[in-house]
Design a protein around this ligand. Structure first.
Ligand code: GLU
Ligand code: MG
Length: 425
């Protein structure tokens, strides 16, 4: 049973197959205080979370269970949190995504989502591929691992769109096809799980951390979203900006407006901000643009023949420290708030925002995103949209964790921070 906590760390509980039936009914115990666990496994014990008392239930969603080819006899299943009365727990990240998707569905809307997974492969603590990016040399350095990984992803039902060695030595990326938001987050967990399992067979360790070596390029988890109504992709063949339908532009505008507030959820770790620097294609500014890789929101129109299916917007600021359920839920909440208030979308930006002068930045409402987790906390705390959309208690738990992580580790040097987070996710 696989679960990700608010600190973004994958946790597991293992049950024997003979117990599955009873576990499906009542789950297994999970301490309530886990709602405020931090990256170094302390607890942000501030009200209303200031007690070690309380227990919840971790319940597997067996409709999503997969047998693992790389681990014969084992199955993987994602889990959600419920109370002992077996009602959904408000602080459950997976539950928050179910609620966010339901809020869209209540307006007749749906979303197709996928997260690109960048990672760094290490052998004996050093990058397992030599570079350069996309090179044959890098691919061949890890070919047996890539072949086995492709076979295992196929076995567990994850449709791979493409894989490639990324820019930095050791960096590798897997892109998967779009699907419903809950499935996209579940898939990310499963993909990480099987990647680790297969990599271990080749003596490889895997880091999904936003930055793996101080001063190096980062690992992103770019989130792709398309908005649909009645089977039509509202991001294609429309009459509004970039060929979107008006409702899709308001959705994008909603995400753009909440972007500073979203950062504490989608780039939640202190090292996340070492990744989010201009020039790294990670989206350091509150800008959107068509195929603009320096904008936090890159609109991807797709090709002439695939547009109706594939046009989407890519949120680049998401990284591997983010809880994928919370990251997608928060983006949906922000987008839906934009739809509800018919938010206007500023003009698209085709330039690198660092090259624009103050007047141009102001005219397009482009701002630098928070440069530290400390700066990201305030807009998240102040966001009524995210508080209402995620739920009061979940919002409070995220806030408590981010505050404690910043107080406890904000003064650490870059090298120590990166080492501390390297293998957490
Ligand atoms: N590695 C970059 C990041 O941190 C993204 C590079 C790319 O565009 O794929 O987001
Ligand atoms: Mg990439």
């Amino acid at each position: 049973m696989h679960f990700v906590d608010v600190a973004g760390i994958s946790r597991v509980k293992v049950v024997p197959a003979s117990r599955i039936e009873s576990v499906v009914r009542a789950g297994v115990g999970w301490s309530s205080v886990w709602a405020v666990v931090t990256v170094d496994e302390h607890f942000a014990l501030e009200p209303p979370f200031g007690t070690p008392a309380g227990d919840d239930r971790l319940v597997p969603d067996t409709a999503c269970m997969r047998s693992l080819g790389s681990m014969p006899g084992w199955s993987w299943v994602p889990a959600s949190l419920f109370t002992q009365e077996l009602v959904p727990l408000e602080t459950c990240p997976r539950g928050a995504l179910v609620r966010a998707a339901a809020a869209l569905a209540a307006r007749g809307l749906s979303v197709q989502a996928t997260l690109e997974v960048e990672m760094t492969l290490l052998r004996d603590g050093v990058p397992a591929t030599p570079g350069p990016g996309y090179s044959v040399r890098s691919l061949l350095a890890i070919e047996p691992f890539v072949s086995d990984l492709a076979a295992e992803l196929d076995h567990v039902g994850i449709p791979v769109e493409q894989m490639h060695p990324e820019y930095s030595p050791g960096q590798f990326e897997v892109s998967t096809g779009p699907c419903a938001p809950l499935e996209a987050a579940d898939r990310l967990l499963l993909l990480r799980f099987v990647t680790r399992a297969v990599a271990a067979r080749y003596g490889l360790d895997v880091s999904f951390a936003p930055v793996v070596f101080a001063g190096g390029l980062g690992n992103g988890n770019h989130l792709h979203l398309s908005l649909w109504r009645d089977g039509v992709n509202l991001m294609a063949n429309g009459t509004d900006q970039a060929g979107m339908h008006p409702e899709a532009t308001t959705f994008v505008a909603g995400i753009l407006a909440e972007l500073p507030a979203l950062m504490a959820v989608i780039a939640p770790s202190i090292p996340s901000y070492l990744r989010l620097v201009p020039g790294h294609w990670s989206g350091a500014y509150t800008a959107w643009g068509v195929e603009n890789r320096e904008a936090a929101l890159r609109f991807i129109p797709g090709t002439l023949t695939s547009r109706g299916r594939s046009a989407n917007v890519e949120l680049k600021t998401v990284d591997g420290a983010a809880n994928p359920y919370l990251a997608i839920a928060a983006a949906l909440v922000a987008g839906l708030a934009g739809v509800d208030r018919a938010a206007p979308l500023p003009a698209a930006t085709s330039e690198d925002p660092t090259t624009l002068d103050a007047t141009a930045l102001l005219a397009r409402a482009i701002r630098r995103l928070p440069t530290t987790l400390g700066e990201a906390i305030q807009p998240f705390a102040a966001s009524d949209v995210l508080r209402a959309g995620l739920g009061e208690r979940l919002h409070a738990s995220i806030l408590a964790v981010r505050r404690k992580e910043w107080v406890d580790h904000g003064a650490l040097d870059e090298e120590s921070l990166v080492a501390m987070h390297r293998f957490l996710y």
